[in-house]
Design a protein around this ligand. Sequence first.
Ligand code: HEC
Length: 442
Amino acid sequence: MQLRIYDWMDRRLKLKALEKTLLDEPIPGGASWIYVFGSATLFLFVLQAVTGMFLAIYYAPTPDHAYDSVQFIEGQVAFGWFVRGLHHWGASGMVVAVGLHMLQVFLYGAYKPPREMMWIVGVILLLLVLGFAFTGYLLPWDQTAYWATQVGINMVGTVPLVGDFLARVMRGGETLGALTLSRFFAIHVLFLPAVIILGIMVHLFILRRVGPAGPWDEKKASAKREAFYPRQVYMDAVVMLVVFATLAVLATSVPFPLTDKANPSDTSFVPVPEWYFLFYYELLKHVHGPLEPLVTWVLPALFITTLILWPFLDRKVSRSPASRPIGMTLGVVFLLVVFSLLGISLKNLYAVKRTDPAIAQGKAVFARFGCAGCHRIHGEGGAVGPDLSYEGDSRPDREWHHRHFKDPQSTSPGSIMPKFPLTDQELNELTSYILSLKKTAT
Ligand code: HEC
Protein backbone atom coordinates (compact mmCIF):
# COMPACT_ATOMS: atom_id res chain seq x y z
CA MET A 1 0.00 0.00 0.00
CA GLN A 2 2.70 2.39 1.07
CA LEU A 3 4.69 1.55 -2.03
CA ARG A 4 1.70 2.07 -4.25
CA ILE A 5 1.12 5.57 -2.92
CA TYR A 6 4.80 6.28 -3.40
CA ASP A 7 4.65 5.00 -6.99
CA TRP A 8 1.54 7.05 -7.62
CA MET A 9 3.27 10.18 -6.38
CA ASP A 10 6.50 9.32 -8.15
CA ARG A 11 4.74 9.24 -11.48
CA ARG A 12 3.61 12.79 -10.88
CA LEU A 13 6.49 14.33 -8.89
CA LYS A 14 9.44 12.21 -10.07
CA LEU A 15 10.37 11.48 -6.47
CA LYS A 16 12.73 8.64 -7.28
CA ALA A 17 15.01 10.92 -9.26
CA LEU A 18 14.97 13.36 -6.34
CA GLU A 19 15.69 10.57 -3.89
CA LYS A 20 18.68 9.59 -5.99
CA THR A 21 20.08 13.10 -6.05
CA LEU A 22 19.58 13.54 -2.33
CA LEU A 23 20.89 10.23 -1.09
CA ASP A 24 23.38 8.97 -3.63
CA GLU A 25 25.84 11.82 -3.31
CA PRO A 26 29.23 10.08 -3.28
CA ILE A 27 31.55 10.76 -0.33
CA PRO A 28 35.24 10.40 -1.22
CA GLY A 29 36.90 8.03 1.23
CA GLY A 30 33.52 6.92 2.61
CA ALA A 31 31.22 8.00 5.46
CA SER A 32 32.79 9.22 8.70
CA TRP A 33 31.82 10.55 12.13
CA ILE A 34 34.06 13.55 11.49
CA TYR A 35 31.61 14.87 8.85
CA VAL A 36 28.61 15.13 11.17
CA PHE A 37 29.02 18.72 12.37
CA GLY A 38 27.54 20.39 9.30
CA SER A 39 24.31 18.45 9.52
CA ALA A 40 24.27 18.87 13.32
CA THR A 41 24.37 22.64 12.72
CA LEU A 42 21.55 22.39 10.21
CA PHE A 43 19.52 20.34 12.67
CA LEU A 44 20.07 22.95 15.37
CA PHE A 45 18.99 25.67 12.97
CA VAL A 46 15.71 23.86 12.33
CA LEU A 47 15.24 23.33 16.07
CA GLN A 48 15.84 27.05 16.72
CA ALA A 49 13.36 27.93 14.00
CA VAL A 50 10.65 25.65 15.39
CA THR A 51 11.11 26.54 19.07
CA GLY A 52 11.38 30.21 18.08
CA MET A 53 8.02 30.05 16.29
CA PHE A 54 6.38 28.68 19.41
CA LEU A 55 8.01 31.30 21.64
CA ALA A 56 6.77 34.02 19.27
CA ILE A 57 3.18 32.96 20.00
CA TYR A 58 3.45 34.39 23.53
CA TYR A 59 6.37 36.78 23.39
CA ALA A 60 5.58 40.53 23.28
CA PRO A 61 8.41 42.76 22.00
CA THR A 62 7.73 45.90 24.08
CA PRO A 63 9.56 47.13 27.20
CA ASP A 64 6.29 46.98 29.15
CA HIS A 65 5.49 43.38 28.34
CA ALA A 66 8.60 41.56 27.10
CA TYR A 67 9.85 40.57 30.56
CA ASP A 68 6.41 39.51 31.79
CA SER A 69 5.68 37.57 28.63
CA VAL A 70 8.90 35.59 29.05
CA GLN A 71 7.98 34.91 32.66
CA PHE A 72 4.56 33.82 31.49
CA ILE A 73 6.13 31.40 28.99
CA GLU A 74 8.39 30.13 31.75
CA GLY A 75 5.69 29.67 34.39
CA GLN A 76 2.22 29.41 32.85
CA VAL A 77 2.42 28.08 29.29
CA ALA A 78 2.33 24.28 29.04
CA PHE A 79 5.90 23.16 28.32
CA GLY A 80 6.83 26.80 27.81
CA TRP A 81 9.85 26.38 30.08
CA PHE A 82 10.95 23.41 27.98
CA VAL A 83 10.60 25.17 24.63
CA ARG A 84 12.41 28.21 25.99
CA GLY A 85 15.10 25.96 27.47
CA LEU A 86 15.61 24.22 24.13
CA HIS A 87 15.85 27.59 22.38
CA HIS A 88 18.28 28.95 24.97
CA TRP A 89 20.59 25.92 24.99
CA GLY A 90 20.06 25.43 21.27
CA ALA A 91 21.75 28.78 20.71
CA SER A 92 24.75 27.56 22.68
CA GLY A 93 24.66 24.28 20.80
CA MET A 94 24.66 26.16 17.54
CA VAL A 95 27.84 28.01 18.47
CA VAL A 96 29.50 24.73 19.49
CA ALA A 97 28.38 22.94 16.31
CA VAL A 98 29.49 25.78 14.04
CA GLY A 99 32.82 25.90 15.87
CA LEU A 100 33.44 22.17 15.47
CA HIS A 101 32.31 22.27 11.85
CA MET A 102 34.77 25.07 11.09
CA LEU A 103 37.57 23.29 12.93
CA GLN A 104 37.00 20.16 10.89
CA VAL A 105 36.98 22.09 7.63
CA PHE A 106 40.09 23.97 8.71
CA LEU A 107 41.96 20.83 9.77
CA TYR A 108 41.06 19.01 6.54
CA GLY A 109 41.95 21.99 4.35
CA ALA A 110 38.50 21.61 2.84
CA TYR A 111 38.40 25.37 2.05
CA LYS A 112 41.02 24.92 -0.68
CA PRO A 113 40.13 25.06 -4.38
CA PRO A 114 37.51 24.41 -5.61
CA ARG A 115 35.70 25.07 -2.29
CA GLU A 116 36.73 28.67 -1.50
CA MET A 117 33.23 30.02 -2.11
CA MET A 118 31.71 27.48 0.22
CA TRP A 119 34.13 28.65 2.94
CA ILE A 120 33.30 32.32 2.38
CA VAL A 121 29.56 31.69 2.52
CA GLY A 122 30.28 29.66 5.66
CA VAL A 123 32.01 32.63 7.30
CA ILE A 124 28.99 34.79 6.44
CA LEU A 125 26.75 32.14 8.00
CA LEU A 126 28.90 32.28 11.15
CA LEU A 127 28.38 36.05 11.32
CA LEU A 128 24.64 35.57 10.89
CA VAL A 129 24.60 33.05 13.74
CA LEU A 130 26.38 35.59 15.96
CA GLY A 131 23.80 38.14 14.81
CA PHE A 132 21.05 35.80 16.01
CA ALA A 133 22.83 35.38 19.35
CA PHE A 134 23.25 39.14 19.81
CA THR A 135 19.72 40.15 18.85
CA GLY A 136 18.13 37.27 20.75
CA TYR A 137 19.95 38.13 23.95
CA LEU A 138 18.06 41.42 24.33
CA LEU A 139 14.58 39.95 23.94
CA PRO A 140 13.90 38.79 27.55
CA TRP A 141 14.45 42.45 28.56
CA ASP A 142 16.01 41.69 31.91
CA GLN A 143 18.92 43.60 33.41
CA THR A 144 21.54 41.29 31.88
CA ALA A 145 19.95 41.55 28.44
CA TYR A 146 19.68 45.32 28.61
CA TRP A 147 23.17 46.09 29.85
CA ALA A 148 24.98 43.44 27.82
CA THR A 149 23.35 44.83 24.68
CA GLN A 150 24.37 48.31 25.79
CA VAL A 151 27.98 47.12 25.93
CA GLY A 152 27.69 45.49 22.50
CA ILE A 153 26.25 48.61 20.87
CA ASN A 154 28.85 50.80 22.55
CA MET A 155 31.52 48.61 21.00
CA VAL A 156 30.04 49.19 17.56
CA GLY A 157 30.00 52.90 18.40
CA THR A 158 33.81 52.96 18.65
CA VAL A 159 34.26 52.20 14.95
CA PRO A 160 35.65 55.40 13.36
CA LEU A 161 33.44 57.49 11.06
CA VAL A 162 30.46 55.14 10.82
CA GLY A 163 30.37 53.88 14.42
CA ASP A 164 28.09 56.58 15.74
CA PHE A 165 25.72 56.17 12.86
CA LEU A 166 25.64 52.37 13.20
CA ALA A 167 25.03 52.56 16.94
CA ARG A 168 22.12 54.94 16.37
CA VAL A 169 20.66 52.68 13.71
CA MET A 170 20.92 49.69 16.04
CA ARG A 171 19.25 51.55 18.91
CA GLY A 172 16.74 53.33 16.74
CA GLY A 173 17.76 56.59 18.42
CA GLU A 174 19.99 57.92 21.14
CA THR A 175 18.98 55.53 23.87
CA LEU A 176 18.32 51.84 24.19
CA GLY A 177 14.56 51.49 24.53
CA ALA A 178 11.29 50.47 22.92
CA LEU A 179 12.53 51.10 19.39
CA THR A 180 15.64 49.03 20.01
CA LEU A 181 13.62 46.11 21.31
CA SER A 182 11.21 46.07 18.39
CA ARG A 183 13.93 46.30 15.79
CA PHE A 184 16.03 43.62 17.48
CA PHE A 185 12.93 41.45 17.49
CA ALA A 186 12.21 42.09 13.80
CA ILE A 187 15.82 41.39 12.89
CA HIS A 188 15.88 38.24 15.02
CA VAL A 189 12.67 36.69 13.69
CA LEU A 190 12.28 38.12 10.16
CA PHE A 191 15.42 39.59 8.60
CA LEU A 192 18.05 37.18 9.86
CA PRO A 193 16.02 34.02 9.18
CA ALA A 194 15.37 35.14 5.61
CA VAL A 195 19.02 35.91 4.99
CA ILE A 196 20.36 32.81 6.72
CA ILE A 197 18.01 30.48 4.83
CA LEU A 198 19.31 31.98 1.61
CA GLY A 199 22.87 31.56 2.88
CA ILE A 200 22.31 27.93 3.87
CA MET A 201 20.82 27.23 0.44
CA VAL A 202 23.83 28.75 -1.32
CA HIS A 203 26.19 26.88 1.02
CA LEU A 204 24.50 23.55 0.22
CA PHE A 205 24.14 24.38 -3.46
CA ILE A 206 27.91 24.88 -3.71
CA LEU A 207 28.43 21.67 -1.75
CA ARG A 208 26.39 19.74 -4.29
CA ARG A 209 28.20 21.38 -7.21
CA VAL A 210 31.75 20.67 -5.95
CA GLY A 211 31.01 17.66 -3.76
CA PRO A 212 32.37 16.97 -0.25
CA ALA A 213 36.14 17.18 0.13
CA GLY A 214 36.83 13.89 1.88
CA PRO A 215 40.19 12.96 3.46
CA TRP A 216 43.22 15.18 2.79
CA ASP A 217 45.17 12.14 1.64
CA GLU A 218 44.34 11.85 -2.07
CA LYS A 219 45.06 8.13 -2.06
CA LYS A 220 42.58 7.52 0.73
CA ALA A 221 40.05 9.81 -0.91
CA SER A 222 40.07 7.93 -4.19
CA ALA A 223 40.45 4.46 -2.68
CA LYS A 224 36.83 4.31 -1.58
CA ARG A 225 33.65 6.01 -2.61
CA GLU A 226 30.50 5.56 -0.63
CA ALA A 227 27.07 7.09 -1.14
CA PHE A 228 25.63 9.48 1.44
CA TYR A 229 22.93 6.90 2.17
CA PRO A 230 22.81 4.81 4.31
CA ARG A 231 25.89 5.06 6.56
CA GLN A 232 26.45 8.82 6.60
CA VAL A 233 22.71 9.44 6.99
CA TYR A 234 22.74 7.04 9.92
CA MET A 235 25.71 8.79 11.57
CA ASP A 236 24.15 12.21 11.07
CA ALA A 237 20.87 10.99 12.53
CA VAL A 238 22.56 9.52 15.60
CA VAL A 239 24.35 12.81 16.24
CA MET A 240 21.13 14.79 15.85
CA LEU A 241 19.50 12.52 18.41
CA VAL A 242 22.40 12.98 20.83
CA VAL A 243 22.26 16.76 20.32
CA PHE A 244 18.54 16.84 21.02
CA ALA A 245 18.86 14.62 24.09
CA THR A 246 21.65 16.84 25.45
CA LEU A 247 19.58 19.98 24.96
CA ALA A 248 16.55 18.34 26.55
CA VAL A 249 18.60 17.39 29.62
CA LEU A 250 20.06 20.89 29.87
CA ALA A 251 16.63 22.48 29.45
CA THR A 252 15.18 20.35 32.27
CA SER A 253 18.05 20.43 34.71
CA VAL A 254 20.11 23.62 34.35
CA PRO A 255 18.20 26.75 35.31
CA PHE A 256 19.04 30.07 33.68
CA PRO A 257 16.89 32.46 35.68
CA LEU A 258 15.99 35.92 34.46
CA THR A 259 17.64 38.75 36.33
CA ASP A 260 15.45 41.69 37.36
CA LYS A 261 13.42 43.49 34.74
CA ALA A 262 15.56 45.90 32.72
CA ASN A 263 16.04 49.18 34.55
CA PRO A 264 17.67 51.79 32.29
CA SER A 265 18.46 54.08 35.23
CA ASP A 266 20.42 51.50 37.22
CA THR A 267 23.85 52.05 35.69
CA SER A 268 25.58 50.06 38.42
CA PHE A 269 24.49 46.73 36.94
CA VAL A 270 27.42 44.72 35.64
CA PRO A 271 26.22 42.48 32.81
CA VAL A 272 27.71 39.11 32.02
CA PRO A 273 27.51 37.92 28.42
CA GLU A 274 26.76 34.39 27.22
CA TRP A 275 29.62 31.95 27.75
CA TYR A 276 30.64 32.05 24.10
CA PHE A 277 31.31 35.80 24.34
CA LEU A 278 33.01 35.48 27.75
CA PHE A 279 36.54 35.12 26.38
CA TYR A 280 36.12 38.44 24.64
CA TYR A 281 34.56 40.05 27.68
CA GLU A 282 37.68 39.07 29.65
CA LEU A 283 39.84 40.78 27.03
CA LEU A 284 37.66 43.91 27.14
CA LYS A 285 37.99 44.11 30.91
CA HIS A 286 41.75 44.49 30.71
CA VAL A 287 42.16 46.93 27.85
CA HIS A 288 41.38 50.57 28.53
CA GLY A 289 42.26 54.03 27.28
CA PRO A 290 43.75 54.60 23.85
CA LEU A 291 44.12 50.87 23.24
CA GLU A 292 40.42 50.21 23.69
CA PRO A 293 39.41 50.51 19.99
CA LEU A 294 41.92 47.76 19.31
CA VAL A 295 39.70 45.34 21.19
CA THR A 296 36.31 46.84 20.45
CA TRP A 297 36.62 46.70 16.68
CA VAL A 298 40.14 46.40 15.18
CA LEU A 299 40.68 42.85 16.38
CA PRO A 300 37.24 41.54 15.36
CA ALA A 301 37.50 43.25 11.97
CA LEU A 302 40.96 41.82 11.41
CA PHE A 303 39.83 38.37 12.47
CA ILE A 304 36.82 38.32 10.16
CA THR A 305 38.82 39.66 7.23
CA THR A 306 41.49 37.02 7.73
CA LEU A 307 38.85 34.35 7.99
CA ILE A 308 37.17 35.40 4.73
CA LEU A 309 40.46 35.68 2.87
CA TRP A 310 41.94 32.53 4.40
CA PRO A 311 41.55 30.29 1.30
CA PHE A 312 43.58 32.85 -0.65
CA LEU A 313 46.20 33.39 2.06
CA ASP A 314 46.93 29.68 2.42
CA ARG A 315 47.95 28.81 -1.13
CA LYS A 316 49.61 25.42 -0.61
CA VAL A 317 47.95 22.89 -2.86
CA SER A 318 48.26 20.01 -0.41
CA ARG A 319 45.43 19.73 2.11
CA SER A 320 47.46 17.70 4.61
CA PRO A 321 47.87 19.50 7.99
CA ALA A 322 51.55 18.47 8.06
CA SER A 323 52.23 20.58 4.98
CA ARG A 324 50.55 23.68 6.48
CA PRO A 325 52.62 24.43 9.63
CA ILE A 326 51.77 28.16 9.73
CA GLY A 327 48.03 27.66 9.42
CA MET A 328 48.03 24.88 11.98
CA THR A 329 50.12 26.93 14.45
CA LEU A 330 47.82 29.93 14.05
CA GLY A 331 44.84 27.70 14.63
CA VAL A 332 46.28 26.16 17.78
CA VAL A 333 47.39 29.54 19.17
CA PHE A 334 43.92 30.94 18.51
CA LEU A 335 42.26 28.08 20.37
CA LEU A 336 44.73 28.34 23.26
CA VAL A 337 44.11 32.07 23.65
CA VAL A 338 40.32 31.72 23.44
CA PHE A 339 40.14 28.86 25.92
CA SER A 340 42.60 30.44 28.37
CA LEU A 341 40.59 33.67 28.38
CA LEU A 342 37.39 31.67 28.78
CA GLY A 343 38.96 29.75 31.66
CA ILE A 344 40.10 32.91 33.44
CA SER A 345 36.72 34.51 32.96
CA LEU A 346 34.82 31.49 34.28
CA LYS A 347 37.13 31.25 37.26
CA ASN A 348 36.50 34.90 38.14
CA LEU A 349 32.74 34.54 37.72
CA TYR A 350 32.64 31.37 39.76
CA ALA A 351 34.67 33.02 42.52
CA VAL A 352 32.25 35.94 42.73
CA LYS A 353 29.26 33.62 42.90
CA ARG A 354 30.75 31.55 45.70
CA THR A 355 31.34 34.53 47.95
CA ASP A 356 29.32 34.34 51.13
CA PRO A 357 27.09 37.43 51.44
CA ALA A 358 28.18 37.71 55.08
CA ILE A 359 31.67 38.56 53.82
CA ALA A 360 30.40 41.61 51.96
CA GLN A 361 28.38 42.63 55.05
CA GLY A 362 31.46 42.17 57.20
CA LYS A 363 33.46 44.38 54.91
CA ALA A 364 30.84 47.08 55.40
CA VAL A 365 31.03 46.67 59.19
CA PHE A 366 34.82 47.00 58.94
CA ALA A 367 34.38 50.29 57.11
CA ARG A 368 31.63 51.54 59.42
CA PHE A 369 33.67 51.10 62.60
CA GLY A 370 36.74 52.68 61.08
CA CYS A 371 38.94 49.63 61.57
CA ALA A 372 41.07 50.83 58.65
CA GLY A 373 42.25 53.68 60.89
CA CYS A 374 44.60 51.23 62.59
CA HIS A 375 44.76 48.24 60.22
CA ARG A 376 46.17 47.98 56.75
CA ILE A 377 44.66 45.64 54.13
CA HIS A 378 46.52 45.39 50.83
CA GLY A 379 48.22 48.72 51.31
CA GLU A 380 45.19 50.66 52.52
CA GLY A 381 44.72 51.80 56.09
CA GLY A 382 46.78 52.75 59.14
CA ALA A 383 49.70 50.92 60.72
CA VAL A 384 48.85 51.15 64.43
CA GLY A 385 47.58 47.56 64.53
CA PRO A 386 48.83 44.52 62.60
CA ASP A 387 48.41 44.29 58.83
CA LEU A 388 45.31 42.16 58.19
CA SER A 389 45.84 41.39 54.48
CA TYR A 390 46.26 37.67 55.18
CA GLU A 391 44.64 37.39 58.60
CA GLY A 392 42.57 34.37 57.44
CA ASP A 393 45.83 32.48 56.81
CA SER A 394 47.75 33.55 59.91
CA ARG A 395 44.88 33.16 62.38
CA PRO A 396 42.08 30.99 61.01
CA ASP A 397 40.51 30.50 64.46
CA ARG A 398 36.93 31.82 64.40
CA GLU A 399 36.47 31.40 68.14
CA TRP A 400 39.55 33.47 68.89
CA HIS A 401 38.33 36.36 66.75
CA HIS A 402 34.93 36.31 68.48
CA ARG A 403 36.54 36.61 71.87
CA HIS A 404 39.02 39.19 70.61
CA PHE A 405 36.35 41.42 69.05
CA LYS A 406 34.18 41.23 72.18
CA ASP A 407 37.10 42.27 74.32
CA PRO A 408 40.55 42.68 72.71
CA GLN A 409 42.28 42.66 76.09
CA SER A 410 40.92 39.19 76.91
CA THR A 411 43.04 37.59 74.20
CA SER A 412 45.71 40.25 73.82
CA PRO A 413 46.47 41.67 77.26
CA GLY A 414 47.36 45.34 77.12
CA SER A 415 45.88 45.75 73.64
CA ILE A 416 45.03 49.30 72.69
CA MET A 417 42.39 48.09 70.23
CA PRO A 418 39.06 49.46 71.42
CA LYS A 419 36.07 47.35 72.42
CA PHE A 420 33.41 47.96 69.77
CA PRO A 421 29.66 47.76 70.44
CA LEU A 422 29.03 45.00 67.90
CA THR A 423 25.74 43.13 67.65
CA ASP A 424 25.97 39.33 67.37
CA GLN A 425 25.21 39.55 63.68
CA GLU A 426 27.88 42.18 63.08
CA LEU A 427 30.32 40.10 65.06
CA ASN A 428 29.68 37.11 62.84
CA GLU A 429 29.86 39.08 59.61
CA LEU A 430 33.02 40.84 60.65
CA THR A 431 34.66 37.52 61.55
CA SER A 432 33.60 36.01 58.22
CA TYR A 433 35.19 38.92 56.44
CA ILE A 434 38.42 38.77 58.45
CA LEU A 435 38.70 35.01 57.85
CA SER A 436 38.19 35.53 54.10
CA LEU A 437 41.39 37.58 53.90
CA LYS A 438 43.67 34.96 52.44
CA LYS A 439 46.45 34.65 49.90
CA THR A 440 44.38 32.34 47.72
CA ALA A 441 41.45 34.64 47.15
CA THR A 442 38.07 32.92 47.28
C1 HEC B 1 42.97 52.13 67.77
C2 HEC B 1 43.51 51.22 66.78
C3 HEC B 1 42.68 50.01 66.40
C4 HEC B 1 41.43 50.01 65.89
C5 HEC B 1 40.49 51.19 65.65
C6 HEC B 1 41.14 48.63 65.60
N1 HEC B 1 42.18 47.83 65.94
FE1 HEC B 1 42.35 45.85 65.63
N2 HEC B 1 44.10 45.81 66.58
C7 HEC B 1 44.77 46.92 67.05
C8 HEC B 1 45.97 46.50 67.73
C9 HEC B 1 46.97 47.42 68.38
C10 HEC B 1 46.00 45.12 67.65
C11 HEC B 1 47.05 44.15 68.21
C12 HEC B 1 46.65 43.76 69.65
C13 HEC B 1 45.45 42.86 69.65
O1 HEC B 1 45.53 41.74 69.14
O2 HEC B 1 44.42 43.31 70.11
C14 HEC B 1 44.82 44.71 66.91
C15 HEC B 1 44.50 43.39 66.60
C16 HEC B 1 43.52 43.06 65.73
C17 HEC B 1 43.30 41.73 65.24
C18 HEC B 1 44.11 40.53 65.53
C19 HEC B 1 45.36 40.47 64.72
C20 HEC B 1 46.14 39.24 65.11
O3 HEC B 1 46.96 39.37 66.00
O4 HEC B 1 45.89 38.19 64.50
C21 HEC B 1 42.21 41.80 64.43
C22 HEC B 1 41.60 40.63 63.62
C23 HEC B 1 41.73 43.14 64.45
N3 HEC B 1 42.55 43.88 65.24
C24 HEC B 1 40.59 43.56 63.78
C25 HEC B 1 40.05 44.84 63.96
C26 HEC B 1 38.76 45.22 63.51
C27 HEC B 1 37.81 44.32 62.72
C28 HEC B 1 38.57 46.50 63.87
C29 HEC B 1 37.34 47.33 63.65
C30 HEC B 1 36.10 46.82 64.25
C31 HEC B 1 39.75 46.92 64.56
N4 HEC B 1 40.62 45.89 64.60
C32 HEC B 1 39.94 48.20 65.05
C33 HEC B 1 44.38 48.24 66.92
C34 HEC B 1 43.15 48.66 66.45
